[in-house]
Design a protein. Structure first.
Ligand code: NAD
Length: 269
């Protein structure tokens, strides 16, 4: 895609699921990729191997560089170091993908404060601080840039028993719009994608159980869960110059989940 070759992208939580697919796809498009992991360097190496294989098609040196960078996005010091290391080792930072995310389930009246804080700290505060550090670099070096927030259909669909997750993704939608408006004149585009039900480890409880999976998929107008590659394709588009005039938007990639499927048939005949 136009404008991706030679750019540097940092992807948080890139050792599995959607983040891993994004790292691989961006490398395939010719981006240098910084693969963030929190505590599993082996999975980060696996992502790196797959990304470089896609990027180079067995060539020894295709010009694409990659980096594994440790950091917990709920920790400000880690974020500052992660962004610094990326710039130092890969030369710049043009594209930030705020992908790291967690969820916890509990009736809202029983939620532990520490659990609530943990989800908000990773999903929303972490995304903001990663964006802040990236924007500092873009402004200091007077370069355009792209930030993409991996949100969720729960940016707009309330999710009972997952209040902290819903709140974090609702906040992420506003984060996308606010930063997009604040930095539009500096050439920094900020967008989001909102995946629907996607086959990744976060959904192991139903993706690995055919009966549960059928129930989940029965709620999706297109009748199936999404793939990580489908999410990564949209991210590559939004990060590329093909999307040069798009900012402040969240693209819902959900097989129709946000289309109010109950309206498929008339409620009264
Ligand atoms: P996943 O569990 O495979 O990926 C989440 C990643 O975040 C993991 O690699 C994990 O190690 C990393 N992570 C968690 N806490 C971290 C921290 N403190 N610091 C750094 N990394 C951390 O699940 P996924 O489905 O690929 O999720 C990726 C993103 O997509 C999340 O933001 C999630 O909310 C969003 N999403 C997923 C779905 C879905 O159905 N899978 C739907 C909507 C949105």
């Amino acid at each position: 895609m136009k404008g991706l070759k030679g750019k540097t992208a940092l992807i948080t939580g890139a050792t599995s699921g959607i983040g891993q697919a994004i790292a691989i796809r961006l490398a395939q498009e010719g981006c240098h990729v910084a693969i963030n992991y929190r505590r599993n360097p082996e999975s980060a190496e696996d992502t790196q191997t797959q990304a470089m294989e896609k990027a180079c098609h067995q060539m020894e040196d295709c010009g694409v560089r990659s980096l594994i960078v440790q950091g917990d996005v709920s920790q400000e010091v880690d974020i500052i170091k992660m962004v610094e290391t990326t710039i130092e080792k890969l030369g710049s930072l043009d594209i930030l993908i705020n992908n790291a995310g967690i969820q916890t389930e509990s009736p809202s009246h029983e939620v532990e404060t520490a659990d609530f804080d943990r989800v908000l700290n990773v999903n929303l505060r972490g995304a903001f601080l990663c964006a802040r550090e990236t924007i500092k670099h873009l402004l200091a070096t007077n370069r355009p840039g792209v930030i993409i927030n991996i949100s969720s259909v729960h940016e707009i669909i309330p999710r009972p028993f997952y209040a902290s997750y819903s709140i974090s993704k609702g906040g992420m939608g506003n984060l996308t719009k606010t930063l997009a408006l604040e930095y539009a004149q500096q050439g920094i585009r900020v967008n989001g994608i909102a995946p629907g039900a996607t086959v990744t480890p976060i959904n192991d409880d139903w993706t690995n159980d055919p009966e549960k999976r059928a129930v989940v998929e029965s709620h999706i107008p297109m009748g199936r869960a999404g793939t990580t590659e489908e999410m990564a394709a949209a991210v590559a588009f939004l990060a590329s110059d093909e999307a040069a005039y798009i900012t402040g938007q969240t693209l819902f990639i959900d097989g129709g989940l946000t289309l109010y499927a109950d309206f498929r048939e008339a409620w009264s005949a």
